[in-house]
Ligand binder design. Structure first.
Ligand code: C2E
Ligand code: MG
Ligand code: MG
Ligand code: MG
Length: 277
C-alpha cells in the first residue's frame, strides 16, 4: 500500500511540475509579445517623508495584464524574464517609460520628485548599461537627480563588477537604493563598499513589527546605522498606523506602503500631485 501511495504522490508531483513548466513556457512566449503590444504598463507607489507626510518620490512597478489570464504578478514574470534575458528589453522599456512620465509631470508644472526604478542584476551586468541609462536620460530630458535605481541586496554578490557600474551611475548624477535590505548575504559589506544613497528596509521586518519584539530592535539598528552612514532610510510594506508611527518616532526618513497608498496608475498619481506656484 505504501508503495502504491508513493507512486501516486510521485505522479501528482510530476504532473504538477509538468503543469508548471507548461505555464512557464507559455508565459515566456506571451511575454515576448507583450513587450511589443499594449499589455504592459507602470504603476507608481508614492513614497512619503515620514515627518512632513509629503510625497518625496514614486516607485515605478511593472504591471502585465495578460489578454486571457488577466493580471500576472511581477513576482511570477520578473524571474521568468530574468531567466530568459527578456528582462533586458523589458528593463529598458520600464526605465524609459518612468523617465518620460516623470519629465512630463515636471513639464506640466508639478513639484518635482524622484522616480525609483527597479533594476535587475542582469541589466547591471551588461557592459553598456550605464550608457543606456545615460541615453534614456538624454532622450527624455529628465535631470538625473530625479532618477533612483533600486538594486536588490540579495543579488549584490558580484560586488567588484557592480561597484564599477554603480560608481559610473553616481557620476552621471543618478541615485542608488539598496532594495530589500537585511535579507541578503552581503548586508554589511555593501554599506562601505558601494556608493549608495538609500537603504530600503525589507518588508518582512516591517510586517513582523511590534514594539516589544526583536524585529523592532533590528529595525532601529538599521535606521541608526543608515543615518550614521548618511543614507536615506526607507521602510516599505507599511500597512498600519502603528508601524508608521514607530518608524517616524525612530527617525526613519521615508515610508512606503498600503497604509499611505497602494501603487497607482499615472492618472491617479496626478490627482495627488501639487502644482508649483
Ligand atoms: P519591490 O521592488 O520590493 O517592490 C515592492 C513590492 O511591495 C511591490 O510589489 C508593491 O506593490 C508591494 N507593496 C507595496 N506596499 C505594500 C504593503 O503595504 N504591503 C504589501 N504586502 N506589499 C506592498 P509588486 O509590484 O508585486 O512587485 C514585486 C517585485 O517585483 C518588486 O519588489 C520588484 O523586485 C519586482 N519588480 C516590479 N517591477 C519591476 C521592474 O520594473 N523591474 C524589475 N527588475 N523588477 C520589478
Ligand atoms: Mg523596489
Ligand atoms: Mg526589488
Ligand atoms: Mg523591496
Amino acid at each position: 500500500l505504501a508503495k502504491k501511495k508513493g507512486k501516486n504522490n510521485y505522479q501528482l508531483f510530476t504532473n504538477k511540475l509538468k503543469e508548471q513548466n507548461k505555464r512557464k513556457s507559455m508565459l515566456e512566449k506571451d511575454l515576448r509579445k507583450a513587450i511589443k503590444g499594449e499589455e504592459l504598463h507602470l504603476n507608481y507607489q508614492p513614497q512619503f517623508d515620514l515627518e512632513t507626510k509629503k510625497i518625496v518620490g514614486l516607485e515605478a512597478l511593472l504591471r502585465w495584464n495578460h489578454p486571457t489570464y488577466g493580471p500576472i504578478s511581477p513576482g511570477e514574470f520578473i524571474p521568468l524574464a530574468e531567466e530568459t534575458n527578456l528582462i533586458l528589453p523589458l528593463g529598458k522599456w520600464v526605465l524609459e517609460q518612468a523617465c518620460q512620465q516623470n519629465k512630463k509631470w515636471q513639464d506640466e508644472g508639478y513639484e518635482p520628485f524622484r522616480i525609483a526604478v527597479n533594476v535587475s542584476v542582469k541589466q547591471l551586468q551588461q557592459f553598456d548599461f550605464v550608457s543606456s541609462v545615460s541615453q534614456i536620460l538624454q532622450k527624455t530630458g529628465l535631470n538625473p537627480k530625479y532618477l533612483e535605481l533600486e538594486i536588490t541586496e540579495s543579488i549584490l554578490q558580484d560586488l567588484a563588477c557592480l561597484k564599477h557600474s554603480i560608481k559610473k551611475l553616481r557620476a552621471l548624477g543618478v541615485s542608488i537604493a539598496i532594495d530589500d535590505f537585511g535579507t541578503g548575504y552581503s548586508s554589511l559589506s555593501v554599506l562601505y563598499q558601494l556608493p549608495i544613497n538609500s537603504l530600503k528596509i525589507d518588508q518582512s521586518f516591517v510586517r513582523n513589527l511590534n514594539s516589544t519584539n526583536r524585529t523592532s530592535a533590528i529595525i532601529k539598528t538599521i535606521i541608526d546605522m543608515g543615518r550614521n552612514l548618511d543614507f536615506y532610510v526607507v521602510a516599505e510594506g507599511i500597512e498600519y498606523e502603528d508601524q508608521a508611527s514607530f518608524l517616524c518616532k525612530n527617525h526613519c526618513h521615508i515610508g512606503q506602503g498600503y497604509y499611505f497608498s497602494h501603487p497607482l496608475s499615472s492618472h491617479e498619481v496626478q490627482k495627488m500631485l501639487v502644482k508649483r506656484h
